[in-house]
Design a protein around this ligand. Structure first.
Ligand code: HDE
Length: 694
């Protein structure tokens, strides 16, 4: 009997966002893109069974041609990224400052799409290079999309958009050799940096552990540029936007980041996807720093200068909302790849400032979509369309026009309605977007304002505000990067600039490189000493928690199942997920004769992929593990990456072979709760004993 054909209509496949959804289960019959049923999807049309293929074969040609064009140009920066859907909810109204509904309607949930990214690497590059991370949020508000396209570092390398192409050329693969991929540790980047002292503050952040995050879920986000809020009376307030992760901040250590890159190039992508699949939804608080014009004028820097932060001590961050990511994209290409974030997307009540970096961004993002997505109609791609409200205007036609506009009126004003009035949408002076009526004066000039001239005070503030271990990481990161620079004069120039930040820092870096310390470089403005800001630290912001973290239990044949379960329970109770790692994926024979399947095979699951590890082995099992370099490295890396290591007594010889020295985070799992407690943090005081830091 013939199978009953599915009768799903196109309408039934329309998704929430208006997009056409199709799963491979839709429809029983394979067709061409134009609906012609296909009789054979295995063989091309040939002149005889062994003959050449025929040009006539439109089925083959259509299939291959579509495939040939599957890729679109990757983003020129931020090409490597991962995204998720979720919602934003306002918890405190900012009605005094803005008329934007998204910031005044408390409790309303607004759909969002958030894309995290690295900056320098290509779309296929690894997730854990030392790099800034993008934190781009598209909020589908009732008054149009609001794209808050930020980073995980609150400042930027340059002050004026004019320098952006130079910066990006310098950091990307070098022009002649096409490498290094996704790395700032090379001549051209540090050449640019040395010649552009305004980048020094950002360099401090980029060389700090912020640039090697543990997870997208454990990063802060910043709008970076200064924006304005506008209230109903057209009064303006300067605003800086912040996202703060509920899981706390956390980074990797550099050696760990390097090893993760090999062990799992998709480390952050997988982490985000798996967390959401498991129902562990990442969440951020949404905060604002608000400043009046007078308060901005009183700052020791220009609020339009994106190379400066406003220390929290000067202007506290008010938490006014939250962001939750609770749904993975259905299709990476359709959503994550085609998402187009535009800093020009702002609802009425939010406006830009004159920050010359932001001003350039207002052009660039719209423009780049034309080469990436190929048409002015990219706003019709479902991920980019407003979902919180309709959109209407008289723009028509263009490549890939998917809308069928009806009626004669495609211009405004017109009088084509039946009653002789105007047909179609009209401007709304009251609720429409209005720019802040800022007075402008002065001559048209190509100048950098004098108020942008201090390039070192904030770099100094940042460095001096860091804890000892963070300063050591920062100095060591610069040593690492400059060690990859081959031209001595480039290193020298950077060292000369560092002298203006902090003489001690410059000395430490020079000593780490074993080169002579040059004289300080000349400055446009003598840096000043500012009051230290604890808010600029990172490690202090780590939460001691296992929530959202991963613990590995490495087991051997003959391991005690009760011990394994006790460790598992102790860390799971604290919110961690557990993976059993063993030399064999198929099954390890436990002491009680039962078999336990592993979640990961040892050689493919090194300890760098976990936040803490426990080794539960029998004596014999431990002897076998000691002969396996992967097992020894599993332990020695966990130790080197300052992680808690739990061990069964029989496993101790393996730890010894791996060079483990007992400290507060090396714990006998006879006390699983103690292990779970230590697993919540890193053992920072171990580091100076096992790593040469600058
Ligand atoms: Fe971007 N940036 N950018 N940028 N940027 C792009 O837009 C640009 C800057 C940021 O997940 C591009 O759609 C200029 C600062 C993120 O799709 C491009 C300048 C900040 C993303 C572009 C800056 C950012 C981008 C490339 C200096 C933090 C990824 C593809 C004036 C506030 C968005 C695209 C996503 C992407 C231009 C500086 C963040 C070329 C000209 C500062 C998170 O248009």
């Amino acid at each position: 009997m013939a199978k009953k054909a599915k009768t799903r209509t196109v309408a039934a496949q329309v998704g929430k966002g208006g997009e056409l959804h199709q799963t491979s289960a839709d429809g029983d019959r394979l067709t061409t893109n134009h609906g012609v049923p296909v009789s054979d999807n295995q063989n091309s049309l040939k002149a005889g069974p062994r003959g050449p293929s025929l040009l006539e074969d439109f089925v083959l040609r259509e299939k291959i041609q579509h495939f040939d064009h599957e890729r679109i140009p990757e983003r020129i920066v931020h090409a490597r990224g991962s995204a998720a859907h979720g919602y934003f909810e306002l918890t405190k109204s900012l009605a005094r400052h803005t008329r934007a509904k998204i910031l005044t309607e408390v409790g309303e949930r607004t759909e969002v799409f958030v894309r995290f990214s690295t900056v320098a690497g290509g779309a296929g590059s690894v997730d854990t290079p030392r790099d800034v991370r993008g934190f781009a949020v598209k909020l589908y508000t009732k008054e149009g999309n609001w794209d808050l396209v930020g980073n995980n570092i609150p400042v930027f390398f340059i002050q004026d958009a004019m320098k952006f192409p130079d910066l990006v050329h310098a950091v990307k693969m070098e022009a002649d050799r096409g490498y290094p991929q996704a790395a700032s540790a090379h001549d051209t980047f540090w050449d640019f940096v040395g010649l552009m002292p305004e980048s020094t503050h950002m360099i401090m952040w980029a060389m700090s552990d912020r640039a090697i995050p543990r997870s997208f879920r454990m990063m802060e986000g910043f709008g970076v540029n200064t924006f304005r809020l506008l209230n109903a009376k057209e009064e303006a307030t300067f605003v800086k936007f912040h996202w703060r992760p509920k899981l706390g901040l956390q980074s990797t250590v550099w050696d760990e980041a390097v090893k993760i890159a090999g062990a799992d190039p998709d480390y952050h992508r997988r982490d985000l996807f798996e967390a959401i699949e498991a129902g562990s939804f990442p969440e951020w608080e949404f905060g604002v720093q608000l400043l009046s014009q007078a308060e901005a004028d009183a700052l020791p820097f220009d609020i339009l200068d994106a190379t400066k932060v406003i220390p929290e001590e000067l202007c506290p961050i008010q938490i006014v909302g939250r962001l939750v990511l609770n749904r993975n994209p259905d299709n990476f290409f359709a959503e994550t790849e085609q998402a187009a974030f535009l800093p020009t997307n702002m609802p009425p009540g939010i406006d830009v400032s004159e920050d010359p970096l932001l001003q350039g961004r207002l052009f660039s993002y719209q423009d780049t979509q034309l080469s990436r997505l190929g048409t002015v109609n990219f706003h019709q791609i479902p991920i980019n369309s407003p979902k919180g409200c309709p959109f209407h205007n008289m723009q028509r036609d263009g490549k890939m026009q998917t809308m069928v506009f009806t009626g004669r009126a495609n211009y405004e004003p017109n009088s084509l309605a039946e009653n002789g009035e105007e047909a179609g949408p009209r401007e709304d002076p009251k609720s429409g977007f209005r720019s802040f009526a800022r007075e402008t004066d002065g001559a048209k000039v190509r100048l950098r304002s004098e108020s942008f001239a201090d390039h070192y005070s904030y770099a100094r503030l940042f460095f001096r505000s860091q804890s000892e271990i963070e300063q050591a990481h920062l100095a060591s990161a610069i040593v690492f990067e400059l060690s990859k620079v081959s031209l001595p004069h480039i290193r020298e120039r950077v060292l000369g600039n560092l002298g203006n930040v902090d003489e001690e820092l410059a000395k430490r870096v020079a000593a780490g490189l074993r080169v002579a310390l040059p004289a300080k470089s000349k400055t446009a403005v003598e840096p000043i000493d500012m009051k230290k800001s604890d808010g600029l630290r990172l490690i202090d912001k780590y939460s001691a928690t296992l929530s959202g973290r991963k613990v590995a239990i490495l087991i051997s044949d003959g391991a005690d199942g009760r011990s394994i379960n006790a460790v598992r329970k102790a860390v799971e109770d604290e919110g961690a997920t557990v993976q059993i790692i063993a030399p064999w994926i198929g099954g390890t024979s436990l002491k009680n004769g039962k078999t336990l399947e592993a979640d990961g095979q040892l050689a493919g699951s090194p300890s760098c992929l976990f936040d803490a590890v426990a080794i539960v082995a029998s004596q014999k099992g431990s002897e076998i593990l000691q002969k396996d370099a992967a097992a020894v490295a599993f332990v020695s890396d966990a130790f080197g990456h300052l992680k808690a290591i739990g061990y069964s007594e029989e496993a101790w010889p393996l730890l010894e072979k791996a060079g483990v020295v007992k400290d507060a985070s090396v714990i006998d799992i006879a006390d699983p709760a103690a292990f779970a407690e230590r697993a919540k943090s890193r053992q920072w005081d171990r580091e100076p004993k096992l790593r040469l830091l600058a």
